[in-house]
Design a protein around this ligand. Structure first.
Ligand code: SF4
Length: 341
């Protein structure tokens, strides 16, 4: 937390007062009150700072539009077509090279919207039974949870909404608030994994691999159901057998409770050309060196044989430990068939 901006109107909200207390308790008393989001954005832009520096800025304001967002996956892909997520925050302090948010928002600063009462009112009116609502699509749910305590509020809310499923998604190990709560069956904590070598190269500032596994173990012992996300898998041309991923699977599955895995999501690197351009304008990386093809959604991705070989390498390892609910992210039916049968 370096530069904190608070919209004046937000100050009267209970969540803002709570967060201010938390910020103060972390020894950070230096924040600036701004009249509106544009004023703060002007400050960030006028500094002409890079994306990494932008991420050191936090903005607390009020959300005018809907908190609950619906989006559609391309109809050519198998899996859930209609998805929902919560947008009470956007961006995160980590800096994954492949993060699509760099291309999605006009700056990398962290935003939190404190009028969360409105979010719960929207959820009250939402009646599509069986829907999974993710709290980690445009953010990392746990990254700043030690300040906002949003997971506590969400878990209390979803405890009384057994008709819905809440997904908390993270690459962090900030699980203290979760450990203080009683788990409900309809709350899934989804951890994203990549081999340590990939984390070191492309998932800057996130928790190291073994700490993530430790966090999964602790949460399972507490009673939580866990989702495992291996997405995006990244191809290493020096490891065509994908031994890094096989070792990763074996380490995870030998160390966690196999009976408390809710589902497993697998996908591989994909991105819009505009994201690649923005990243390469900013940093040096070999992330985009592999030969890619343009998919039906206009995104660049690995050639089909590479994707299938990546997926099979971990699916075959996973199957040694039992039958699990596995799905592929943003892949057409013929890829599902070839990988999962
Ligand atoms: S943790 Fe998620 S939201 Fe944060 S930078 Fe990485 S991919 Fe983006």
């Amino acid at each position: 937390m370096e530069n904190i901006y608070i919209k004046r109107e937000a100050l009267s909200y209970p969540k803002m007062q709570f967060i201010l207390n938390r910020i103060n308790s972390h020894g950070c008393t230096n924040y600036k009150i701004v009249e509106n989001e544009e004023e703060y954005r002007d400050i960030i832009c006028s500094k002409k700072i890079g994306y990494k520096e932008q991420k050191r800025n936090l903005f607390f304001g009020l959300k005018k539009g809907n908190f609950l967002k619906k989006y559609y996956l391309d109809k050519n892909f198998l899996g859930i077509k209609e998805e929902y997520y919560l947008s009470y925050e956007k961006n995160c302090p980590y800096n994954c090279t492949y993060c699509y948010l760099r291309d999605y928002y006009d700056n990398g600063a962290y935003h939190y919207y404190v009028n969360t009462e409105d979010m719960y009112r929207e959820l009250d009116a939402f009646k599509k039974s069986g829907t999974m609502i993710s709290a980690g699509i445009v953010n990392d749910t746990l990254a700043y949870d030690y300040i906002t305590y949003t997971t506590k509020d969400l878990i209390h809310y979803f405890k009384n909404r057994e008709d819905l499923i809440l997904e908390i998604r993270t690459k962090s190990t900030n699980i203290n608030n979760l450990l203080r709560e009683e788990p409900s069956k309809n709350v899934v904590i989804a951890f994203s994994f990549n081999p340590e070598s990939i984390i070191n190269k492309y998932e800057n500032n996130t928790a190291i691999f073994k700490k993530r596994v430790e966090a999964v173990k602790e949460l399972q012992e507490k009673g939580y159901y866990i989702g495992l996300r291996f997405d995006p898998m990244i191809y290493d041309p020096n490891d065509v057998e994908h031994n890094n991923y096989k070792e990763m699977i074996n380490y995870i599955f030998k160390n966690i409770n196999l009976n408390k895995i809710k589902d497993i999501g697998i996908g591989s690197l994909r991105y819009k050309k505009s994201l690649k351009e923005k990243v390469l304008n900013d940093i040096k990386t070999d992330l985009f060196y592999s030969e890619m093809v343009i998919g039906i959604d206009g995104k660049e991705r690995y050639f089909k044989p590479i994707r299938i070989s990546l997926y099979k390498s971990i699916v075959n390892e996973i199957k040694k430990y039992g039958d699990f609910n596995i799905y592929l992210g943003m892949e057409p039916e013929y890829v599902w068939k070839e990988v999962l049968g």
